[in-house]
Design a protein around this ligand. Structure first.
Ligand code: NAG
Ligand code: NAG
Length: 185
């Protein structure tokens, strides 16, 4: 174990832009080699301002890297059945590879909430389809700054299922999830 005591500020914005450029290149490669454009569908129920901003940023990010985002804006008073109908429609659409919604969903839930994904994350040698983006983002920052985690002790100051728990699991069994690996399955 090393006993490094110096601190370093990691620039998330800088890394984000670098990663977006790389992803744009990867998507371009996938388009050329397979004809597939990775598509993300976003389902927004209701009209909360913060949710709208969140969805808007995701769509913008999608446009920056590949132009394939799909959106369903459903009114607040939509019934559960109607929401499920929209999810099923996106789920069976071959142009759509990931669905973003505030609820847990099977398989295509890119938020990585499904127990299948969390379960795989917790097991050595198993790879989840999707990982919580904030936790993955923390790992990515460490990786980009070439901070070796092997043999080190780490402290995760956050214990939720949303960020802290997946981050702790990733620190135990880091793995690399590439875009292309999703399409080769
Ligand atoms: C997305 O579409 C716009 C307008 O058609 C185009 O200018 C831009 O290059 C496209 N971006 C990508 C990453 O394909
Ligand atoms: C998939 O969804 C897009 C956007 O809603 C639509 O244009 C396309 O026709 C759908 N494809 C299928 C196979 O339903």
């Amino acid at each position: 174990m090393t006993t490094e005591t110096s601190s370093k500020l990691l620039d998330g914005k800088l890394i984000t832009n670098k990663i977006r450029d790389i992803i744009a290149g990867e998507i371009d490669g996938i388009k050329k080699s397979t004809g597939i454009v990775p598509g993300l569908a976003v389902i927004l129920v209701g009209s909360r301002k913060d949710s709208q901003t969140y969805v808007c940023n995701k769509k913008k990010a999608c446009e920056d890297v590949g132009n394939a985002s799909y959106e369903a804006n459903l009114p607040e008073d939509y019934s559960k059945e109607e929401v499920i109908k929209h999810i099923s429609k996106f789920n069976s659409n071959h142009s759509i590879h990931g669905i973003l919604i505030q609820l847990p969903l099977p398989r295509k839930n890119v938020d990585g909430f499904h127990p299948l994904n969390i379960g795989c994350l917790a097991m050595q040698g198993k790879e989840p389809l999707f990982v919580r983006c904030m936790s993955k983002g923390c790992m990515e920052l460490l990786h980009r700054y070439e901070i070796e985690i092997k043999g080190k002790r780490a402290v995760v100051i956050e214990r939720s299922n949303f960020v802290g728990m997946p981050a702790a699991l990733l620190l135990r069994f880091p793995f690399v999830l590439t875009l292309l690996s999703l399409f080769e399955q």
